[in-house]
Design a protein around this ligand. Sequence first.
Ligand SMILES: NC(=O)c1ccc[n+]([C@@H]2O[C@H](COP(=O)([O-])OP(=O)(O)OC[C@H]3O[C@@H](n4cnc5c(N)ncnc54)[C@H](OP(=O)(O)O)[C@@H]3O)[C@@H](O)[C@H]2O)c1
Length: 244
Amino acid sequence: MSEGSLDGRVVVVTGAAGPSGTAACAALRAAGATVVGVGHSPARLADLARSLPGLVVETADLADAAAVDALATRVRERHGRVDGLIHLVGGWRGGDSFTANSEADWRFLSAGLIDTLRHTTLAFHDDLVRAPAGRVAVVSARAAAKPSAGSANYAAAKAAAEAWILALADSFRRAAAGSGPGAPDGPAAVIFVIKALVTAQMRTDRPDRSFPGFTDVADLADRIVELWAADAAELNGARITLDI
Ligand SMILES: NC(=O)c1ccc[n+]([C@@H]2O[C@H](COP(=O)([O-])OP(=O)(O)OC[C@H]3O[C@@H](n4cnc5c(N)ncnc54)[C@H](OP(=O)(O)O)[C@@H]3O)[C@@H](O)[C@H]2O)c1
């Protein structure tokens, strides 16, 4: 995407201090967007802000609905609009057998992978519908459709997140249908599906590995920026596989 293609747009990136969040924030900033990077750890966010001039950072526990509502109010008051929600909160727990799927792991995964998505999409829904081309993206895993015994908790959480996004896409479809001919592009929600992520640092650390089927965070970031160039009706509800 060309420099400046996202001038004037405001994009919220959750999980901003993670590997994909860092790459997405950099690519969105390079395309001209105002980027609000949201995370948990103030220290990691401060490091990110230092490395990426112009990035706005916000600390919030996105598993806490009231904290997310307060975050949305701050973003609205400061920036006046929200054109994108790129939800990159992660976390993994699993074991080597079906019965190793513990309660504690489910609580961790359902809070991180489902609750944070529910809270943020509910809080920003109306802003995204109002935007000329609102965009929401999540990154799911192959495991959601092809779980292994030991990853039942993780796969079930990812599958639930996918279902949530499809419901959001239905809401966006209804909103666009009600806006009439000549209206702007309208909102779209998409699911990127990967096997695993790889970073430049991982390639440097393990020159002996080829990372087959992995998605480079830089490629994912480019796909995120391109969401605003694509037609909402084609994007909305799409499950886009990036690992082949
Ligand atoms: N990594 C992979 O190989 C892989 C494979 C399949 C799918 N995915 C998906 O791809 C996406 C990005 O993955 P990633 O590896 O870049 O992410 P990640 O590093 O696992 O997580 C990103 C960030 O999420 C933040 N976070 C966690 N819980 C939070 C909460 N309650 N409130 C606010 N922030 C919270 C953490 O922030 P703090 O550091 O500030 O605590 C963390 O830096 C995720 O949705 C992940 O499930 C990744």
